[in-house]
Design a protein around this ligand. Structure first.
Ligand code: ATP
Ligand code: MG
Length: 439
């Protein structure tokens, strides 16, 4: 049986058509990026996932039938071309292809909903409405190639360091940290919610003896605010490890991020240069600032902040201006951290919680967790929550729960840092925000 493509198969990607294969016949497949018909000669730029290559069709060298077919090309149609590679110093990659056979695989409608060649700049809403075309732009797809490398390096790091990958449910019966920020859904005859964090499940895996676990998965937050760093659906990279404390898991996070920055810098240099972005790869340990010090820094910069408050946006900016780059913010007041965070022994006003920041952007929150059942119940009650709602979670703390610590790291926010993006929507294929549920 003949397959759909018969004997048409790609032999080279655009990027592989270089002067050292001049003289060979190649088959390329991709999108019609640009057509310039000068009468006696037609230039067509074909684009694929790797880049662009130019077709040059002079009427003297190319059969009339092929010229006629090329004239039927429409921008963004999908085509396959067989032809001879010739050196052409001015063309992309320094070569051009003289076509000897062409096939239109799928014609594109005109006009296009947006221009993928960036001749006309489109706003973010237009771009997101036609995201499939927007992603054809190399400065947009570069972000997702970098994001892919980020996940690759993170998985490698975890697997090389004895972490087990887990998947926890996203349909949940109760809140992780209380009732706000949750999307309620109908679950047959019951009310349920979309999970806002794998927190309780990854802790239960410590009680299950899994030792070290990680999960890369969706989190859902019904936050009303419409900012450049919040979405209602985000990807969280979560780690939890037994017989470790906050200092240990900060080290894990620090080491893992240095690996990510190093790999992205080395392996995504093309994408970074497309974005015109230079990545700063710090060495060694990120600086640490305590919450008390942060309050002083923020106030000294003319932004009012009382001890015991969470950082306002202005406070984050003042602190970011003072610290710069990656830094840990440690020794948070217990009262503004969740119930599962371990208070400091002897001075319970302070906790073993930390955040990882990049300039003024929070990337991660983590802590040593409470592993003692009764303390956990007390902390749940102190926050006005009902321990009955946490029955199956609390049970895991009654039969041998080891001391443990962990963190959650926002993958889309980390992608902003890796790509120099100001808006988190740039770093998510199909973002979900207060106003957007499609595509
Ligand atoms: P913020 O204070 O910035 O709203 P948070 O403290 O509520 O964040 P955590 O519950 O600590 O967030 O979640 C851990 C990490 O997950 C955050 O540091 C962030 O990187 C990411 N994250 C949390 N909420 C969102 C969101 N709505 N959109 C994108 N990423 C998020
Ligand atoms: Mg946080």
């Amino acid at each position: 049986m003949q397959g759909l493509l018969n004997d048409w198969r790609r032999t080279h990607y655009a990027k592989e058509t270089t002067p050292d294969i001049a003289g060979s016949d190649v088959t390329i497949m991709g999108w019609v990026h640009e057509i310039r018909d000068l009468g006696g000669i037609i230039f067509v730029v074909i684009r694929d996932v790797t880049g662009r290559v130019q077709l040059t069709a002079p009427s003297k060298k190319v059969e009339a039938e092929i010229l006629e077919d090329i004239r039927k090309f429409r921008k963004e149609s999908v085509v396959a071309v067989r032809g001879l590679v010739q050196e052409a110093p001015k063309a992309p990659n320094g070569v051009e292809i003289i076509p000897n056979e062409i096939k239109v695989l799928n014609l594109s409608n005109q006009p296009l909903p947006m221009d993928p060649t960036e001749k006309v700049q489109a706003g973010i809403d237009t771009r997101l409405d036609s995201r499939f075309i927007d992603l054809r732009k190399e400065n947009v797809s570069a972000i997702f190639k970098i994001k892919g490398q980020m996940f690759h390096t993170i998985r490698d790091y975890f697997y090389n360091n004895g972490f087990h990958e887990i998947n926890t449910p996203k349909l949940v019966a109760s809140a992780t940290e209380g009732g706000t920020e949750l999307f309620p859904i109908t679950y047959f005859e019951k009310e349920a919610f979309l999970g806002q964090s794998p927190q309780l499940y990854k802790q239960m895996m410590m009680g299950a003896g899994m030792d070290k676990v990680f999960e890369i998965g969706q989190i859902f937050r019904a936050e009303e605010h419409d900012t450049l760093r919040h979405l209602n659906e985000a990807i969280s990279i979560d780690a939890e490890a037994s017989f470790m404390d906050d200092v240990d898991v900060m080290k894990v996070l620090n080491d893992m991020l240095i690996n990510v920055l190093t790999d992205v810098n080395d392996k995504c240099s093309d994408e970074l240069s497309i974005l015109g972005y230079e990545l700063d790869v710090p060495k060694g340990n990120f600086p640490v600032v305590t919450y008390d010090e942060a309050v002083d820094i923020v106030n000294s910069r003319g932004v009012e902040m009382e001890w015991g408050e969470d950082l306002s946006r202005e406070a984050e900016k003042a602190l970011g201006d003072s610290m710069g780059g990656f830094y840990f913010l440690t020794e948070w007041p217990s009262a503004i951290k969740p119930f599962y965070v371990m208070p400091q022994e002897g001075d319970e006003k302070y906790s073993h919680a930390f955040d990882l920041m990049y300039n003024n952007l929070e990337l991660s929150s983590g802590a040593t967790r409470v592993h003692q059942h009764d303390l956990l119940v007390k902390q749940i009650e102190e926050r006005g929550l009902n321990p009955d709602g946490f029955g199956s979670y609390l049970k895991a703390f009654e039969y041998g729960m080891p001391p443990h610590a962990g963190w959650g790291l926002g993958a889309d926010r980390l992608t902003m840092v890796l790509t120099g993006s100001e808006n988190i929507r740039e770093c998510v294929l199909f973002p979900r925000d207060r106003h957007r549920l499609t595509p």
